[in-house]
Design a protein around this ligand. Structure first.
Ligand SMILES: [Ca+2]
Ligand SMILES: [Ca+2]
Length: 223
């Protein structure tokens, strides 16, 4: 043992700093989504939030639940969304509406520990997600537009939380469409990517920094 280092406590400072740096590096990071499997069936998505907006300005939401073997759905007063299959890859979803014209359908998969997996140029896109299938109408009145939003934390670009579609003049009847989904695990469920600071915030901080520098320059000139 080096008696000098004990007698002189300043020798301990570098060691303390080193251990603090190590603690910072070793601190646990926030858990991320872990893909549990890519064969997500109709009964593997309980909890998804399905929102329908109508042309008359009203809206109604429902929660996806299991309805049978490999089957699930979400059902409102005048509409229903369902799927019966052991996998969403290549099996059509069915959306039906009567009486009230639907303006938009939005499916937030995250509360169901589920995520949308879209086409990606190279297999598999995000590791563990296998192939994706971007929204594609199989039959019925196609929406005027569709969009994916809310990127998943581990996504390389293929995984999304929400799929939405819009009909400018309203929708009734039955539409079937394709769209692949995958699941997270129980211990590492699906979560959205952390929000990044908005450009306005960055701009404000930059402006503040520039003002502070200008003030310092003025003071230096005065001094
Ligand atoms: Ca997939
Ligand atoms: Ca994929």
């Amino acid at each position: 043992m080096n008696r000098l280092s004990i007698a002189n406590p300043t020798h301990l400072v570098p060691a303390l700093a080193a251990s603090l740096a190590l603690a910072t590096i070793a601190a646990p990071t926030n858990a991320q989504t872990v893909v549990s499997g890519y064969t997500t069936g109709g009964d593997d998505m309980n909890g998804m939030q399905v929102l329908v907006d109508f042309l008359d300005g009203s809206s109604e939401s429902a929660i996806w639940g299991t309805t049978g073997y490999n089957a699930g759905g979400a059902f409102g007063t005048t509409w229903g969304l369902s799927l019966t299959s052991s996998t969403t890859f290549g099996a059509p979803w069915t959306f039906s509406a009567t009486n009230k014209l639907v303006r938009s359908l939005s499916i937030n998969a995250i509360p169901g520990n589920t995520m949308w997996d879209t086409d990606w140029p190279t297999y598999p896109g995000t590791p563990g997600s296998a192939n994706g299938w971007t929204f594609q109408v199989a039959s019925g009145q196609a929406p005027n537009a569709y969009s994916y939003s809310v990127p998943i934390d581990i996504s390389v670009g293929d995984l999304w939380g929400t799929l939405s579609m819009q009909w400018l003049n309203g929708f009734t009847g039955t539409m079937r469409f394709y769209g692949d989904t995958d699941n997270g695990t129980a211990s590492n469920p699906v979560q959205a990517a952390k929000p990044v600071p908005e450009p306005g915030t960055i701009l404000a901080l930059t402006t503040f920094g520039a003002l502070a520098a200008a003030t310092r320059r003025r003071r230096n000139q005065l001094g």
